[in-house]
Design a protein around this ligand. Structure first.
Ligand code: ADP
Length: 610
């Protein structure tokens, strides 16, 4: 049993407990898992939108180049340069100012008198376009992060930040920039103004130390004069910040006159209008998220839900657009940010309950298995005891029968009294044998469900009297005072006569066996007045009675009370089991009660024929 319990604990309980613990632990991270899944999904959305915005701007740039070529067809470029600003604005509304500059730094157009925008443009850009001033610009050409920047970051930021910066560099720090001019100075990666809740999908699980919130921009400015920046290229895009405002320029160089560079400063509101149609998330996500195009100061320039408001600096995820719109971002905001923790809580609760239920089921199942195992083991033990008890019970009467019949057959006993006494003993022992064999046979029939009863109307008083008289000689010969209190009139019951007689004999036999020297037995049949008309047959002795803890168990098969008396008396543990089963088959019962004044009182109750 111990071994089975150890195996059970090791093979079932411990693994279940460990699995449950692991499952509960993983539940804690539910919110993180859900957030991570969502952040990956929405990061994909912002990345794709940022990419389509970049592509649209590149498309715009090509459109600009085509427009320049169209405007200058059949015209002398140098002559046409003077009116390029007006011409361009007329034909290409995205332009705010058109300009023409020679590679040598001669600004041919616009004239500051053209418009207010032209005047401002000249004030802000003429020194830069004339190659007299180096300015910080963002441009769509390859560039690198200067080694000293990495060094600075290394000393001023954590290793994590260094990794961030390094991962933002598109090129190895030793690689040469793709443009010819190597005198360009490269700026530092600037901290982004937005602080996404989910940083590029790298959300940290709750028990991991959160990384510093600072995230570096992928967009790094270069510093140089205009001719340095454009190098030998034919087309390009430049962006610079003037008085904290983004200015976006396209430029195109003519094949036929490469010394001339035609350019345009774009009207940003127009550009935003062009981009707005591209700012569409999957319709399925429309109720979940709002996508915003944020400018460099995290102001929303376009929204998929115009009525939506949020802390624009704290999107769920965001992606930078790149050099074309430096420090502009496409950001996703959750419409209902509480939904995610709620969903996580619900999942956690559901799974938690499920795990608890499973663990309880395993526990209860385990307990049932163990208790059933215990019961089976106890039954097996009882069966073994039963076999040895029955063998003993068979042997004892057989020995007596053999001994006394030998004495009689050898003629060694001549006194008639003795002869009669011996014959009585032989009869009693044979009856005991018959009883035992009947009990065993009946029990096995009942176990197999094959026991059959021959019900007929009969008189219980008569059956009791007959059984008492059969038993009386044996009882009286062994010194018992046997009293019967039976009604004179018949007590009509519907029963199997032999089966009821068997019950009475079993009860009388027990009264004899467990008398412990107090040789007084009473058999009584009385009517019982109550809602159901029934009769009671009592067999009472003056023995020690049944200990309280065994009073119900004595009716279980093979059960024998574990007291000193029972240990000295032979028995099979079947007599009362059979008595109860027979009684119940007759819609009655057998019950035990301590007898007043000491002893046992077994009562057989049967319904009367009404
Ligand atoms: P058996 O007598 O063969 O052991 P039973 O089923 O007839 O089997 O009885 C079951 C147990 O009930 C006995 O072992 C005994 O401990 C207890 N018992 C039965 N009758 C009496 C009685 N009259 N007085 C005391 N104990 C009894």
């Amino acid at each position: 049993m111990k071994k089975v319990a150890v195996v059970f604990v090791l093979a079932v309980l411990v693994p279940s407990a460990v699995l449950a613990w692991l499952a509960f632990r993983s539940l804690r991270d539910q919110q993180f898992v859900l957030e991570r899944q969502q952040s990956l999904l929405y990061q994909g959305v912002t990345d794709a939108l940022a990419k389509s915005i970049t592509d649209t701007l590149a498309q715009q740039q090509r459109e600009f180049a085509d427009q320049v070529e169209t405007l200058l067809t059949n015209h002398d470029a140098r002559v046409a340069a003077a009116s390029f600003d007006e011409q361009l604005r007329r034909h290409w509304p995205a332009a705010e100012v058109g300009f023409v500059v020679t590679v040598g730094g001669n600004l041919l157009c616009p004239s500051p008198t053209n418009s207010l925008e032209a005047r401002l443009f000249c004030t802000d850009n003429s020194a830069f376009l004339r190659n007299r001033e180096s300015v910080e610009v963002y441009w769509n050409n390859a560039r690198k992060i200067a080694p000293e920047d990495l060094g600075n970051n290394q000393t001023s930021t954590s290793q994590q930040q260094l990794a961030n910066v390094a991962s933002l560099s598109r090129f190895d720090s030793n690689a040469e920039p793709a443009v010819a001019n190597s005198q360009l100075a490269y700026g530092k990666a600037k901290a982004r103004k937005v602080d996404p809740v989910q940083k590029q999908g790298f959300a940290t699980p709750p028990d991991e130390a959160p990384s510093p919130a600072q995230t570096f921009s992928k967009v790094i400015p270069s510093e140089g004069e205009f001719h340095q920046l454009i190098g030998g290229e034919t087309d390009g895009m430049l962006a610079r910040f003037l008085q904290n405002k983004l200015k976006l320029m396209f430029w195109h160089r003519l094949n036929r006159d490469p010394q001339l560079v035609f350019g345009a400063q774009l009207a940003l509101p127009r550009v935003i209008e062009v981009l707005r149609p591209f700012l569409q998330a999957d319709p399925a996500l429309h109720t979940e998220i709002c996508v915003a195009l944020l400018d460099e100061n995290t102001r929303p320039m376009a929204l998929t839900r115009p009525d939506f408001r949020a802390d624009w600096k704290r999107p769920f995820v965001s992606s930078e657009i790149g050099d074309a719109l430096p420090h502009w971002e496409v950001a996703v905001y959750l419409i209902n940010p509480a939904k995610l923790p709620q969903a996580a809580r619900t999942t956690r609760l559901t799974l938690g309950l499920l795990i608890a239920l499973l663990v309880t089921a395993i526990g209860v199942g385990g307990w049932l298995i163990v208790s059933d195992l215990n019961r089976q083991l106890a039954l097996a033990r009882q069966k073994t005891d039963f076999v040895s008890n029955v063998s003993h019970e068979l042997k004892t009467p057989l020995t007596s029968i053999r001994m006394f019949s030998e004495l009689l057959s050898e003629g060694r006993v001549t006194e008639p009294d003795k002869q009669r006494s011996y014959l009585n003993i032989i009869t009693a022992e044979a009856a005991r044998l018959t009883r035992l064999i009947n009990n065993v046979l009946d029990f096995s029939r009942m176990e197999r469900g094959e026991k059959e009863y021959n019900f007929a109307d009969c008189d219980l008083a008569g059956i009791a009297k007959e059984a008492a008289e059969t038993f009386r000689p044996h009882l009286e010969s062994t010194g018992f005072k046997f009293a019967t209190v039976l009604p004179d009139s018949p007590v009509q019951i519907r029963a199997d006569r032999d089966a009821i007689a068997q019950v009475i004999v079993n009860l009388l036999s027990n009264a004899e066996k467990y008398s412990n020297g107090s040789k007084e037995i009473t058999l009584q049949v009385t009517g019982h007045v109550g809602p159901v008309r029934r009769v009671e047959l009592k067999v009472m002795d003056r023995g020690p009675g049944v200990p309280p803890e065994a009073r119900e168990r004595i009716f279980e098969k093979f059960y024998r009370a574990n007291d000193s008396l029972t240990n000295t008396v032979q028995g099979s543990g079947l007599g009362l089991t059979l008595a109860r089963q027979i009684a119940r088959a007759h819609q009655g019962d057998v019950a035990y009660a301590p007898r007043e004044g000491g002893g046992s009182c077994f009562t057989l109750r049967l319904p009367l024929i009404s």
